[in-house]
Design a protein around this ligand. Sequence first.
Ligand SMILES: Nc1ncnc2c1ncn2[C@@H]1O[C@H](COP(=O)(O)OP(=O)(O)OP(=O)(O)O)[C@@H](O)[C@H]1O
Ligand SMILES: [Mg+2]
Length: 267
Amino acid sequence: MIDLEGVGVTYPGGVEALKPTSLSFGSEITVLLGTSGAGKSTLLRAINQLVTPSSGTIRSAANGLVSGGCELRQHRRDTAMVFQQHQLIGSLTALKNVLTGRLAYHSTWRTLFSLAPQDRLIALAALERVSLLDFALRRTDSLSGGQQQRVGIARALAQQPAMVLADEPVASLDPATAANVLKLLSDICKSDGIGAIISLHQVQLARTFADRIVGIVEGSVVFDGPPEALNDQVLARIYRQPVQDLAPEAELNGSPSAELALSLAME
Ligand SMILES: Nc1ncnc2c1ncn2[C@@H]1O[C@H](COP(=O)(O)OP(=O)(O)OP(=O)(O)O)[C@@H](O)[C@H]1O
Ligand SMILES: [Mg+2]
């Protein structure tokens, strides 16, 4: 459980990207929706303090008040990030990239080559979870986009987190691969009791995979509820358009084939 109390972020230069926000996150799958620039990435980054909040407090069940030092290190270890562009090192194998998820467990900076055998077992098990064990020794830049994102998920799992923070994890994937990758991530999180906060631009994927949807407009939460409550009025508020101007669902998803891809992935 992570509790945000009045957490706000004002960037140098004065942009108030996140207005003081109080939210609690547990082991559910939360999807953040909002237009470009709404503050989704800022919220995700504030949660594990990749961006330092300008105000408010963050507490976690495991680490208490997260302010700095040891608690912050442990909090970052407990909150694994998955990025849109994977943030993998292309010249390294999938296994070595996943092993970087273990580095946070070592107080001194060891090289990837001197991590304990136990770390390798954890990394291999994580690759197996995403069905990439056979690709463990392949350079990651030789993998497809979907496979690379599965390596990104395996790296997050190797960190043995309590929460996954995923910033548009499927934005650069085709609709079918996007649905498959999200299904994989949500299935693993649910079976392991890991919470997830995922920013998305695809409303249909949000409806399918979210237990809870948080809508953000200009740094403020304007909706916080279950997917069933995400009606046209709410969507119009989140996307700041009159209801009658809302694009048909397929277009909001970014691709007319998204619905078909989703149904295939869910079979
Ligand atoms: N490092 C930064 N310095 C200054 N302003 C920033 C910085 N990062 C983001 N911003 C601004 O903060 C606001 C929120 O940005 P943020 O990246 O959180 O939005 P977002 O909802 O993730 O958008 P997108 O959907 O395009 O990824 C925007 O106005 C953006 O220009
Ligand atoms: Mg963003």
